[in-house]
Design a binder for this molecule. Structure first.
Ligand code: CMX
Length: 138
């Protein structure tokens, strides 16, 4: 069902302040920044092999990431797995008793279809299923 780690989401207060560590000190390549209005975040993607690091900056005080930062400070926010068929993955998880935040896929960054599993049903790790835009088009 899962094909690889798609990305690791990291909550930051400011992309501008956080990017130099990843881009300049770790030497990762920035593949772009994008605002995901529905999630009230601005994201920056950095490539690392087959996977990515996604820095998440809140764009509003009622963003889920703003709430996370208020409670925990900056740090790892979620883990995203790539799936070939997100609807099949949601059905299987639901049938296995997982609590989905998203019962149906919705639009994420880079044209991907995404769905979150509630951290209370995944051992405290906010888990994202991600079907990339290219695969979705097939
Ligand atoms: N990882 C692990 N646990 C988390 C968490 C996270 N990122 N965010 C919240 N929690 C925990 C809280 O600590 C809390 O636990 P306790 O009850 O033990 O204290 C519990 O989940 C409920 O948290 P809450 O603050 O009361 O609830 P929220 O209203 O903040 O909702 C969540 C939490 C996960 C349902 C909500 O953030 C959500 O729907 N997330 C999915 C969407 C999202 O995160 N979007 C941003 C990224 C978008 C992108 O990548 O494109």
């Amino acid at each position: 069902m899962l094909t690889k780690i798609d990305h690791i989401g990291i909550a930051v207060n400011s992309l501008a302040e956080s990017l130099p560590f990843y881009r300049d000190q770790l030497g990762m390549s920035l593949s772009g920044t994008e605002e995901v209005a529905s999630q009230k975040v601005r994201v920056a993607f950095l490539a690392i092999g087959e996977s990515k690091i996604e820095l998440l900056e809140p764009t509003s005080p009622d963003s889920p990431v703003a709430k996370f930062l208020e409670k925990n400070g900056p740090g790892i926010h979620h883990l995203a797995y790539n799936v070939a068929d997100i609807e099949a993955a949601i059905s299987r998880l639901t049938a296995e008793g997982a609590r989905m935040i998203d019962a149906a896929p919705r639009a994420g960054a880079h044209g991907a279809s995404i769905a979150f599993v509630h951290p209370k049903s995944s051992g405290g790790v906010l888990t994202e299923l991600c079907q990339s835009g290219e695969e979705h088009a097939h």
